[in-house]
Design a binder for this molecule. Structure first.
Ligand SMILES: Cc1cc2nc3c(=O)[nH]c(=O)nc-3n(C[C@H](O)[C@H](O)[C@H](O)COP(=O)(O)OP(=O)(O)OC[C@H]3O[C@@H](n4cnc5c(N)ncnc54)[C@H](O)[C@@H]3O)c2cc1C
Length: 431
């Protein structure tokens, strides 16, 4: 089923729920989730509890993509374009955060292996034409019998937070109606093992970020190779690697959005006109995607908190469960409070994004910042509550603490989130 068909099916599936779509036009916010949403959340939770959790330790130790788990997810329809498209299109905006939280409650490394493909597919949704969406999105996921993954490659060795410093270059070969791409990408989730790569490249370096464009690199394209695979502190089941592009040639149709639209955009940028809010448009895209990353951090934090709470109630020292010491009980109270606060920030931003609300205070960045930092704090406290056991790999909180740290680094570091929030609330240029 194509993404367009999936969209159509979702919209027409249940006419009785049609009135829910009014939310997109700005209906009220409710924390009361519907019956269908609860069913989806519980279905994902069951998969996380029965399939992901039991596999987490093994794949963390192996530091390899957990293909059998992705295949299991594909068999039940959880790893599929159809499933993710339907959750994105659900009118309240809360389904994606709920799904993310449950998957990452199961395990973050495996969770990212399952949702990593969506990074690339969202790039196609944001920048591509409906035809490109229909052509590439299904190929990114493959089929339950032949599962594929996709990669989104933006970061470079000298262009991490500073995306404008990107060196990967795409040059149009008019004679062949092809683009030729050269450069080195780094930190790409699924880089090199993906069938489809989406690569951001500079088409006019003088224009900085406004001179960049995104390209789909089809499967088995000559010149694309995996470079170094990284051995990481956490989320070790998720594959992260360099992607080297050496005279990669792709048809003109692989430029997301098409050449005509790109030429218009470049012309506006060269004239110096701030193209009718293109900066605002990309800002809105980032703000819209950040809550789903925040939700992943909420899932890790909740998992560690639950382990710590159980442990504190059963571990006896000085003749009583350690939870009966205020020093431990107050930690748990603070952990639970900040997890719930994170989820509320995430849900608010997700609802705003789906409802087309303006992010007046960078609410998407706020949700990712707070949830990421909460995950680090909560997993650290969970290790403390488990004492010596928390410091071993026999108990899961040590892995969760390692996994949590990435949420202050990728998808915009905590410092960059603070920069975005500070600039938005002050209206000042903060360097
Ligand atoms: C496991 C993993 C998976 C990833 N997956 C992907 C992926 O799939 N695709 C992709 O394109 N990228 C991916 N990334 C890259 C990730 O988004 C970058 O690592 C991140 O944006 C930070 O860039 P950097 O590592 O170059 O750090 P730098 O930008 O060099 O930052 C280093 C430090 O300086 C701080 N800093 C930088 N500029 C400022 C400033 N102006 N003010 C204050 N502080 C500042 C940062 O906050 C940070 O603490 C991944 C990274 C990791 C580790």
């Amino acid at each position: 089923m194509s993404a367009a068909e999936a969209t159509a099916e979702t919209v027409t599936r249940d006419p009785a729920k049609a009135q829910n779509r009014d939310v997109v036009e700005g209906a009220g916010f409710s924390l009361e989730i519907g019956e269908e949403q609860r069913e989806i959340r519980d279905w994902v939770h069951t998969f996380a509890a029965e399939v992901i959790r039991p596999a987490a330790h093994e794949w963390d130790e192996r530091e390899e993509t957990p293909w059998p788990v992705i295949q299991e997810a594909a068999k039940i329809g959880l790893y599929s374009l159809d499933f993710f498209a339907q959750q994105w299109l659900e009118p309240t905006g809360l389904n994606i955060p709920m799904v993310m939280e449950e998957l990452f409650w199961g395990d973050a490394g495996i969770g990212l292996s399952i949702v990593g493909t969506t990074l690339a597919s969202v790039a196609v949704v944001a920048n591509g034409t409906p035809e490109q969406l229909g052509e590439w999105s299904p190929q990114m996921f493959g089929t339950p019998d032949d599962v594929k993954v996709a990669a989104f490659c933006s970061s470079e060795p000298d262009a991490g937070s500073d995306v404008g410093a990107m060196r990967t270059r795409a040059i149009y070969d008019e004679a062949k109606d092809e683009w030729v791409i050269n450069g080195t990408k780094t930190w790409a989730t699924n880089g090199g093992i993906a069938d489809v790569h989406v690569v951001v490249a500079s088409v006019d370096p003088e224009l900085g970020t406004r001179g960049q464009a995104s390209f789909v690199i089809p499967p088995n394209t000559d010149g694309l190779a995996q470079g170094q695979k990284f051995h990481k502190h956490g989320i070790r089941a998720s594959h992260t690697a360099e992607v080297v592009l050496n005279n990669v040639r792709v048809p003109a149709s692989c430029l997301l959005g098409g050449k005509e639209k790109l030429d218009e955009r470049l012309a506006r940028a060269r004239e110096g006109t701030r193209s009718s809010g293109s900066g605002n448009a990309s800002m809105a895209t980032f703000e819209a995607s950040r809550p789903s990353v925040g939700a992943q951090a909420v899932g890790i934090a909740r998992a560690a908190y639950e382990v710590a709470l159980d442990y504190a109630k059963t571990r006896v020292q000085f003749g009583r469960p350690i939870v009966e010491n205020q020093g431990i009980a107050f930690k748990l109270a603070d952990m639970k409070t900040s997890i719930d606060a994170s989820r509320l920030l995430v849900w608010r931003a997700a609802w705003m994004a789906r409802s087309g609300k303006r992010f007046e205070s960078a609410e998407g960045s706020m949700s990712k910042l707070y949830a990421g930092e909460t995950a680090v704090r909560v997993t650290g406290e969970a290790m403390q509550i488990l004492g010596g056991n928390g410091y071993t790999r026999e108990y899961p909180v040590e892995r969760m603490a390692r996994d949590a740290k990435i949420y202050t680094i990728f998808e915009g570091t905590s410092e960059i989130q603070r920069l975005v929030i500070a600039r938005t609330i002050s209206g000042h240029k903060i360097p």
